[in-house]
Structure formats: C-alpha cells, structure tokens
Ligand binder design. Structure first.
Ligand code: ADP
Length: 176
C-alpha cells in the first residue's frame, strides 16, 4: 500500500528490511547498541562487522533516541539505530518513548539530508508492544512529521509478516 502526502510517499510493504535500497534503514536496537536477535541481529548479519564497530564507538543510545552509522555491506548507505521501549503495560511512558524513537529517527534523516528511510515495526517483537498501538504510533508520528521542509521523499514501513503488514495497512487507511 502506498500514499503520497504533500511531497512524501508513505509506503507499507511486507519484506526484509535488510534488503531495502532506501538511503537509510532504521534498526530496532537496544540501549547498549550491543546487537541481539530479531531485526537487530538480521541487520548486523547482513551489514557486516563495521556497523558494530561504529556502534561500539558511539557506546549506547537512550530509549526514545536515535544514532546513525554507515550501512556496511547493506544497500542502504546508513543505519539509524533507535531504541523503542519495552512494553510494560502502557503506564510507563511507552507511547511517548515509541513516538520519540520514530521522530528522532526522522529528524536525524532530515539533518543528514537523506531522502528515504525504511522502518521495521519498532518494539513490536521482543519488546512486546501491542501491534495495533505500535502501528498507530509509527504511522501517526510519520504523518505528523511530513509536510514541513523535511527533505524526506519516502518513508517505507517494512513488515516481516503478513499479520503486521495487514495491521499497518488498516491503520494507515484509518488515519487518512
Ligand atoms: P524489538 O526488540 O524492538 O521488539 P524485534 O527485532 O524483536 O524488535 O522486532 C521488531 C519487529 O521486526 C518484529 O515485528 C519482527 O517480526 C520484525 N523483524 C524481524 N526481522 C526483520 C527483518 N529482517 N526485516 C523487517 N522486520 C523484521
């Protein structure tokens, strides 16, 4: 599914984020930038060890913030590592932290003059965020961000499985 709003295309695809050719891909990292399972593991495996070397030099990233490394062997030139919240029931500021993870990633992409970025469903795996709410925050934050002079022409959500793909499409239709 794809929509164009102002100067930005928002697209939702089912697939593997490590294969995207956007200027940057976002990684659902942990606060130590230590690598792990899920999408984080897949990105480091596909991108090679130089990404982890850069992560070690950066040292860490607080929840809700974002940092950038080059993309190693990936097609994407950059990886924006952002840290979503671990879902603990919803009363621990999770929604604001998840919103911030997307927003800080988008701002970092704009600051680096990148034109396209692909996101996985941050916090929607091991971190346990309810899927509909995670999709809502991802899409609402992106829709609110575009429109100004962001320089971003394409925001792509890359969902690994059909269930989450369907949830993202439904949520985008609801928001439009
Ligand atoms: P978190 O710890 O932030 O929850 P996870 O990596 O556990 O991060 O999961 C986030 C989402 O990324 C999940 O929906 C998972 O299915 C998905 N995912 C895992 N591997 C990939 C991949 N290669 N491309 C895109 N999405 C992926």
């Amino acid at each position: 599914m794809e929509v164009k709003i102002k100067n930005t295309v928002i697209s939702i695809v089912q697939g593997d984020i490590t294969r995207q050719e956007t200027d940057a891909i976002a990684n659902a990292a942990n606060a130590r930038l230590a690598g792990g399972g899920g999408v984080d593991g897949a990105i480091h495996r596909a991108g090679g060890p130089s990404i982890m070397e850069e992560c070690r030099k950066i040292g860490g990233c607080p929840t809700g913030q974002a940092v950038i490394t080059t993309g190693g062997n990936l097609k994407a030139r950059y990886v924006i590592h952002t840290v979503g919240p671990i879902y603990k029931g919803g009363a621990a500021g999770e929604a604001n932290l998840l919103k911030s993870a997307y927003l800080e990633s988008l701002k970092l992409a704009s600051a680096r003059k990148l034109r396209s970025i692909a996101f996985p469903a941050i916090s929607a795996g091991a971190y346990g965020y309810p899927l509909e709410e995670a999709a809502h925050i991802a899409l609402k934050t992106s829709l609110d961000y575009i429109g100004g002079d962001t320089g971003i022409e394409c925001i792509r959500f890359v969902l690994f499985d059909k269930k989450l793909y369907d949830i993202f499409c439904e949520e985008l239709r609801r928001l439009l």
